[in-house]
Design a binder for this molecule. Structure first.
Ligand SMILES: Nc1ncnc2c1ncn2[C@@H]1O[C@H](COP(=O)(O)OP(=O)(O)OP(=O)(O)O)[C@@H](O)[C@H]1O
Length: 363
């Protein structure tokens, strides 16, 4: 690939990428971009087409149509195809497979060009950076899973790729180790200024790592944005459901308003008579006591309270999850309380919805 000039173009830009297998479209008009030093997470359930997208960008899979640009230069469309090894792309997968017969230093130096001295300098710099300066002569089998993972990161970063593609790179690590390795990895990647496209099916991982999340479903990117926005302003019920448990309160629109047991909600974009779903996460339901049937005083933020009886309460470690059977229609709503709160089955309590955390979606 020609040496790039300074440009305002995103480091990686993918436009209208499509790929079908046996007549089934698994990547459907995918567009995304990643700037230098930025992490974009391609987030979606298993089988939605994330890895196929990554493989096309890496150059190991050919798209049916669409364009891939690196620093404003065409890398691949249906006519041009820069080979994988010339794309300045580093790869990291769950199965990071260090070469077992090479030392740590040998593994890191594997893809490096230059004099012996230059290679040794880069290897030393990276080993120091990942906190394993004394491991140069060790062999992969002598290292723990977390250490091997860090060496794999150093190996992928050694040739200073412009882009790093990571496919579920942390899923082989145990839980306690994973958060630390994620944070360290992020720090090193940011320092190197690499543009990162990370594939994951774990919302927590995407929330933790991403500057931008691209939410993918059935081959389509259904929403893109900063983690906060994707989490707090989901485009539809399924996008909301991907991040957490949901409660659904059904309703029908009359005069632009939905009448529910929790009061009225605005539904401006829904036609008269249309069915809607008020969607709210368990952590945004507030609970109050019965006070001989009087219940709480509604506030502008919480609106009208509705009564339910406790069906089940469980302590989940950080919070308690209480399930209620609601008086108004017998449905179950779940509320999470950030402490130990284990009311007895059958106890009447009142629920209020945090109205600024409710989403109103057409059914
Ligand atoms: N070479 C192939 N031939 C036929 N079908 C394929 C091929 N590669 C992928 N698929 C199918 O395309 C769909 C998307 O696969 P892909 O691996 O991209 O999904 P994913 O979102 O990365 O899922 P996972 O997280 O489980 O890997 C799947 O249904 C898969 O079976």
């Amino acid at each position: 690939m020609p040496t790039s000039v300074a440009t305002d173009a995103p480091r990686l830009e993918v436009t209208n990428l499509n790929r079908s297998f046996g007549g089934r479209k698994v990547v459907d008009d995918v567009s995304l971009s990643v700037a230098a030093g930025q992490v974009t997470c391609l987030l979606g359930p298993s089988g939605c087409g994330k890895s196929t997208t990554l493989r096309m960008i890496a150059g190991v899979e050919m798209q049916d149509s669409g364009k891939i640009m690196v620093d404003g230069e065409l890398v691949c469309d249906t006519v041009t195809r820069v080979p994988a090894e010339a794309r300045s792309i580093g790869l990291m997968f769950q199965d990071f497979a260090l070469f077992p017969h090479l030392t740590v230093a040998g593994n890191i130096a594997f893809g490096l060009r230059g004099s012996r001295g230059q290679k040794a300098e880069r290897v030393h710099h990276l080993l120091k950076r990942i906190g394993l300066p004394h491991y140069a002569d060790a062999y992969p089998h002598q290292l723990s899973g977390g250490e091997q993972q860090r060496i794999a990161l150093a190996r992928a970063l050694a040739p200073q790729p412009k882009i790093m593609l990571m496919d579920e790179p942390f899923s082989g690590l145990d839980n306690r180790l994973r958060d630390d390795i994620r944070d360290e990895t992020l720090e090193v990647l940011k320092e190197e200024g690499t543009a990162v496209l990370l594939v994951t099916h774990e919302p927590d991982e995407a929330m933790r790592m991403a500057d931008e999340i691209a939410l993918m479903r059935d081959g389509v990117i259904v929403q893109r944005g900063a983690p906060y926005n994707v989490h707090m302003r989901p485009v539809d019920k399924d996008a909301a459901a991907f991040f957490s448990d949901l409660n659904i309160v059904p309703g029908r629109v009359h005069g632009g308003l939905v009448e529910t047991a929790f009061g009225q909600f605005l539904a401006p974009a829904v036609p008269e008579g249309g069915e809607v779903e008020i969607v709210i996460r368990p952590q945004h339901i507030k609970i109050d006591f019965d006070r001989q049937g009087a219940g709480p005083n509604p506030t502008p933020q919480t609106g009208v309270p509705a009564r339910g009886v406790v069906e089940r309460a469980r302590f989940m470690g950080k919070d308690s999850l209480v399930e209620f059977r609601m008086d108004f229609d017998g449905s179950i709503l779940k509320a999470s309380v950030p402490s130990v709160f284990l009311p007895k089955k059958g106890l009447p309590l009142w629920l209020m919805l945090r109205r600024d955390r409710c989403f109103v979606f057409p059914k």
